[in-house]
Write a protein that binds this ligand. Structure first.
Ligand SMILES: C[C@@]1(CC(=O)O)C2=NC(=C\c3[nH]c(c(CCC(=O)O)c3CC(=O)O)Cc3[nH]c(c(CC(=O)O)c3CCC(=O)O)/C=C3\N/C(=C\2)[C@@H](CCC(=O)O)[C@]3(C)CC(=O)O)/[C@H]1CCC(=O)O
Ligand SMILES: NC(=O)c1ccc[n+]([C@@H]2O[C@H](COP(=O)([O-])OP(=O)(O)OC[C@H]3O[C@@H](n4cnc5c(N)ncnc54)[C@H](O)[C@@H]3O)[C@@H](O)[C@H]2O)c1
Length: 256
């Protein structure tokens, strides 16, 4: 008999994902304060943003994005034909007109376009959350519609508890991972590659990860074949792979 101690299911949550909208077309309907926040989130994710909103109602931040050609802009109210472009990946509405909002939601569902209707939670395929960003690191907090301000408070507390250099350390790990793929591209290397990469992340301090230069990465990668993880000091001393072994101390360990 199996032990059956699998995780219990806790329904009622959201599926939290990191949606890749780079170079994809996203329609934002409305140009007020809420739209301004949405547009920034989208631009930070390299989306191609189109804004539809009468000029008279534009918030200064949205007007700035338009003036600097950061978004495509149509100075008018929403029209159903705005949804005809098959390249639209996502629609976000942030307008102060609930009737128009519901009409847009229905049209999006007919066309199977994912949509967020800012003021109507039941008419959202996905919610936004409160996001902390530090380089490649993003942390999103959701309260699943219960308390958006609470999400903001939790997010700020999490951000305050993070090491200052975590984003930079992750950036370096990203470069190393890419290089490792170059050194060991084979599919069957997958398990070894992942285990080795995990060991580097666990054994190296954030400071050492941040300090790691490209030459250090190239030297470190020579220890991949013998499946060893030297410290940054050892890498810089240029010792031959095979001379070091992790002894669990997170310090200097050299077996001769
Ligand atoms: C996280 C954040 C992200 C973002 O918008 O980018 C976000 N709302 C934020 C702020 C905020 N929103 C509101 C207040 C006033 C205080 C309060 O009500 O708490 C504040 C606080 C403020 O403005 O400081 C009012 C509000 N919001 C919604 C409704 C409609 C309703 O609930 O019926 C109403 C009532 C309108 C009314 O009463 O008339 C709905 C949603 N808002 C969500 C996200 C989704 C659920 C996220 C979750 O539960 O975690 C969801 C469901 C849909 C969606 O928007 O995707 C962003 C904080 C970012 C940050 O600061 O870090
Ligand atoms: N989800 C959230 O986090 C959240 C937070 C606060 C408010 N809200 C809700 O979001 C909505 C927008 O809030 P806001 O503060 O940005 O409002 P706002 O009044 O500042 O902006 C509304 C914008 O919508 C535009 N607009 C109105 N009708 C339009 C149409 N048919 N087509 C295109 N554009 C149109 C207006 O010109 C204006 O630019 C409100 O309903 C508000 O209750 C949501």
């Amino acid at each position: 008999m199996g032990r059956e101690n699998f995780p219990g299911v806790q329904g009622g949550g959201s599926l939290i994902l990191a949606w890749q909208v780079r170079n994809k077309k996203v329609l934002v309907i409305g140009g007020g304060e809420v739209a301004a926040g949405r547009i920034l989130n989208l631009l930070n994710a390299d989306a191609r943003v189109t804004v539809i909103s009468p000029r008279a109602g534009l918030n200064p931040e949205v007007a700035h994005r338009i003036a600097h050609n950061q978004v495509e802009y149509h100075d008018r109210k929403f029209e159903p034909s705005d949804l005809d472009d098959p390249n639209i990946t996502m629609v976000l509405t942030a307008i102060d007109d609930s009737e128009a909002s519901s009409q847009i939601w229905k049209l999006c569902k007919e066309k199977r376009i994912a949509a967020n209707i800012a003021d109507v939670p039941p008419e959202c395929d996905f919610y936004f959350g409160s996001v902390h960003r530090d380089g490649p690191l993003q942390i999103m907090v959701s309260t699943n519609g219960n308390g958006p301000k609470m999400a903001n408070i939790v997010r700020r507390r999490i951000a305050a508890s993070l090491p200052e250099n975590i984003g930079e350390a992750i950036k370096k790990v990203g470069v190393l991972r890419k290089k490792l793929r170059g050194v060991a591209p084979a599919e069957e290397e997958g398990p070894k590659r992942m285990k080795w990469m995990s060991k580097v992340c666990v054994q190296w301090s954030l400071e050492d990860l941040c300090d790691m230069e490209e030459v250090d990465m190239d030297a470190l990668l020579r220890s991949y074949a013998p499946d060893q993880v030297p410290s940054l000091t050892q890498v810089r001393l240029g010792e031959e792979p095979g001379l070091w072994q992790f002894d669990g101390s997170f310090g200097w360990s050299c077996v001769v």
